[in-house]
Design a protein around this ligand. Structure first.
Ligand SMILES: [Zn+2]
Length: 381
């Protein structure tokens, strides 16, 4: 037996690899559900206490025209998954990561990439999902959920100050200061995709303003850059991307072309990486993070994106911060990490004092019921 230095009440028995203090007894319900709501798909899965996704499914976010229709479809799909696998009585709660999610009241509003959630009117998704499923539900902005996932399962293990950037259909941000997510006065802190980076003639953003970071540095931003570059550089019309005429060019198309040596595709990532690097250099001044963690489909572009990003970051960062912030890429499986991050929110549904979850290293984390004392490593097996 040994004592945990941070919490002397906790004792672990190494021989049996089991927590022995009654306070740390795991809650009776062994699973949670993680819901990753994206602009295109909503993926969800049942997750056990060791961060393993057991069963999963998805619905198409874009198929629905109101929050009510969407939640009805999502709850049907969740209930079906639970009954098929006989898990109806084994779920502690649901954690949901959404674009523009408000962790204080479980609502979303002003979600630039979801037609029915674009307005400033709040849609209380967490409460609606609870009404349909009978399960407690906690909701946070998707980048905050991803930050929580990285703290427990990913590259942010052991970090107390970092900024999470998610690069998907849009660009999300989550800010962790002293081990706690910054929620803000209205629960809306960290919408870094809507920091304006182009002041004059900037691109129109889904939020209705112009020049936002997300309009440049996201999957849709890369797609727009590709079209603009093709139109502005007729001399480069031998690019592989010219062959794509019947649909939008995707960031994957640009990546495939870059790998094949297409110079226009390489330029598109360079343009994207330089804008993002400069923006990140400014974000550093806000909270002096130890690391900035990048997550999402766009990071698959690897060095095509990261080299210009790091170069631009180092060029632009204020001198006092130079060399003090690492740019890291999530090592979690892209399709699993978002579900895991969202699911981590739900462990706090365990009791009024929160609940516990363990990662593959045997480190045990306490997830608090409220977001002020959010997640803390409390023991190691
Ligand atoms: Zn915007």
């Amino acid at each position: 037996m040994r004592r945990n230095p941070k919490n002397p009440d906790l004792r672990t028995d190494r021989r049996r690899s089991r927590i022995t203090t009654p306070k740390m007894k795991y809650d009776t319900k062994p699973y949670v559900i993680g819901v990753d709501m994206g602009g295109t798909n909503t993926a969800f899965g049942t997750v056990n206490r060791y961060g393993e996704i057991l069963f999963r499914d998805y619905i198409n976010t874009g198929d629905y025209h109101s929050g009510g229709d969407y939640i009805t479809a999502l709850s049907l799909a969740i209930n079906r998954l639970l009954s098929e696998n006989d898990l109806q009585d084994s779920i502690l709660g649901i954690g949901m990561g959404t674009p523009s999610g408000n962790m204080n009241d479980g609502s979303i509003s002003g979600a630039a990439n979801i037609e029915w959630a674009k307005s400033d009117e709040k849609i209380f998704l967490a409460r609606m999902l609870t009404e349909k499923t009978g399960l407690p539900c906690r909701l946070a902005n998707d980048a905050n959920a991803a930050a929580l996932g990285e703290m427990i399962y990913g590259v942010a293990r052991g970090l107390k100050d970092f900024i999470m950037i998610t690069l998907g259909t849009g660009l999300g941000g989550g800010i962790v200061v002293n081990g706690q997510l910054v929620a803000g006065h209205n629960g809306l802190a960290g919408e870094l995709g809507h920091v304006r980076v182009v002041g004059h003639n900037g691109r129109r953003c889904g939020c209705g303003r112009t020049g936002c970071l997300e309009a440049y540095c996201s999957a849709t931003g890369v797609s727009r850059t590709a079209r603009e570059f093709l139109e502005a550089n007729p001399a480069k019309n031998h690019s592989l991307l010219c062959d794509i005429t019947d649909r939008e060019i995707t960031s994957k198309d640009v990546f495939d072309a870059a790998k094949a040596g297409d110079s226009l595709a390489v330029d598109i990532f360079r343009f994207t990486g330089r804008i993002l690097g400069e923006a990140l250099s400014d974000f550093v001044t806000f909270s002096n993070p130890e690391a900035i963690i990048l997550f999402g489909g766009l990071t698959l572009a690897g060095d095509f994106l990261l080299d210009p990003l790091k170069e631009s970051f180092e060029e632009n960062v204020l001198g006092m911060y130079r060399g003090k912030t690492s740019i890291l890429v999530s090592e979690l499986n892209n399709t699993e990490a978002a579900i895991l991050g969202a699911s981590a929110l739900a462990w706090g549904c365990g009791s009024p004092s929160g609940g516990h979850v363990e990662n593959s290293d045997g480190a045990i984390f306490h997830v608090a019921c409220d977001f002020l004392d959010f997640v803390e490593q409390v023991a190691v097996k």
